[in-house]
Design a protein around this ligand. Structure first.
Ligand code: ADE
Length: 224
């Protein structure tokens, strides 16, 4: 899968996507992330990509022209399954959307700043608007990194058995059960006996019960 990201601060994406599982996905050639500096499509030699908003009011708006030129150029090179705009008023991101997007061949993600991007770009180019939660970030980059990570780890071959996504929270609409490691007794706090029993069927049943209980307690909306 290829993910192109358009940003005015590409550096913000380097670290989140440059380590651990995202790094491995890219070095295995399973995920190719390309971050593009929007200012290369700026309207003038000063690198301008934003302007005052019509109608007045505080805050700049990202202009049509640089974004349209960027999207046109990248779209001429490949066909995108979705052209995504990261915005707090978008559709709330969840595991279901991550699963669906992980089947894509090419994704293009636009990171907004200031008051956001000109509405005409949203109307004419954007096919999916995503929010990662009901709070406002300084820009779309960290949100784009969250979405890229959540999608990237679902690409077949990225995770091995140890890190398999099948047992993640939300993958079956349940939160993950509690986990323990050595020692079996730490300050008198004991690991549940059943996990030491070696009975795989019982362990599996216990984990399911725990996942169900945790979901009922913390996220009853997932069970509804
Ligand atoms: N940009 C600013 N805040 C955001 C959010 N909550 N989700 C996605 N993009 C954003």
């Amino acid at each position: 899968m290829r993910i192109d990201i358009i940003s005015i601060i590409p550096e913000l994406l380097e670290s989140p996507l440059g380590h651990s599982i995202m790094k491995r996905a890219q070095s295995k050639g399973l995920l190719n992330v390309h971050v593009h500096q929007l200012r290369q499509w700026a309207v003038n030699e000063y690198g301008q990509v934003d302007d005052y908003q019509y109608g007045g009011g505080a805050g700049m708006v990202m202009m049509c022209e640089p974004l349209a030129r960027a999207i046109d150029q990248l779209s001429a090179e490949r066909s995108y399954n979705e052209i995504i705009y990261m915005t707090p008023d978008g559709q709330r991101f969840d595991q279901r959307t991550a699963n669906r997007l992980s089947l894509s061949e090419n994704l293009l993600i636009i990171c907004g700043h200031y008051k956001g991007i000109d509405q005409r770009i949203r109307d004419h180019y954007i096919t999916l608007e995503i929010s990662i939660g009901d709070y406002v970030l300084s820009g779309g980059e960290l949100a784009a990194a969250v979405v890229t990570d959540a999608i990237g780890r679902l690409i077949p071959g990225v995770l091995n058995d140890e890190t398999s996504a099948l047992t993640d929270s939300f993958q079956d609409d349940l939160l993950a059960p509690p986990v323990y490691t050595r020692p079996a007794d730490f300050r008198g706090w004991k690991v549940p006996e059943i996990l030491l029993s070696g009975d795989l069927k019982k362990v599996e049943d216990w984990r399911y019960e725990q996942a169900l209980q945790r979901t009922k307690d913390r996220r009853p909306d997932l069970i509804d």
